[in-house]
Ligand binder design. Structure first.
Ligand code: IMP
Length: 201
């Protein structure tokens, strides 16, 4: 296998970057962010699935930087909304929606949904390309949508997503606690396993 020493995490979202950098570590590998490559700019997510969008970002970044790239795409799937917002999670309340706009719309759309029907999951698809190989992994975490925002940590829908396994929202957890069990943490650790042989000394 080829000995590759640098890899780029393909996201412009500083919240995701922080979590990805904390989880994705391989000895002897320099992990770079897009802050090192301002020429990449915004990558439009025109796909209709998490897998498509994830590879769209990984391919674009690999082509521009010439380095192996890892991207992820995440969706919140709410059962009472037939899986929405899913792949459209970032734009749930509109093209320029903020995290707060999306959270408020979700709470509003869910206001008449009964307590036992508020189940949801986060799904992350992580993808890798070095121009030769293409790999992808998935991470899923089950929970339910709260009736109000709870907790001050995390980002995005974290304050309204309560985990089934510990009854806390992601926003009530430290970043380390979140990374240990989150959709993104699961997907990235699987990717790390797949890539260990590629990057080992
Ligand atoms: P992206 O397309 O993967 O950047 O994610 C789409 C949207 O999902 C983001 O804008 C966030 O609102 C939300 N999101 C992604 N990851 C998380 C997370 O770990 N916690 C809460 N919300 C998230």
């Amino acid at each position: 296998m080829s000995r590759l020493e640098k890899l780029v995490l393909a996201t412009n979202n500083p919240d995701k970057m922080k979590e990805m950098k904390a989880v994705f570590r391989i000895r002897g590998l320099i992990v770079l962010g897009l802050d090192n490559f301002p020429e990449v700019g915004e990558i439009e997510e025109t796909g209709t699935t998490l897998l498509e969008n994830s590879f769209l970002k990984a391919h674009a970044v690999h082509i521009i930087t010439g380095l192996p790239a890892i991207a992820d795409d995440t969706g919140l799937e709410v059962d009472a909304l037939n899986g929405a917002p899913g792949v459209f999670s970032a734009r749930y309340a509109g093209e320029k929606a903020t995290y707060d706009d999306n959270v408020n719309k979700l709470l509003l759309d869910m206001r008449s949904v009964a307590d036992d029907s508020r189940t949801a999951r986060f799904r992350t698809v992580s993808s890798f390309t070095d121009g030769i190989r293409e790999l992808w992994t998935e991470g899923i975490i089950e929970g339910e949508i709260t009736r109000e925002a709870i907790g001050a940590g995390g980002f995005g829908f974290d304050p309204v997503f309560k985990l089934l396994q510990n009854g806390k929202t992601f926003a009530e957890m430290t970043e380390t606690e979140k990374n240990k069990i989150s959709h993104r943490g699961i997907a990235l650790r699987k990717m790390q396993e797949l890539l260990k042989n590629t990057f080992k000394e």
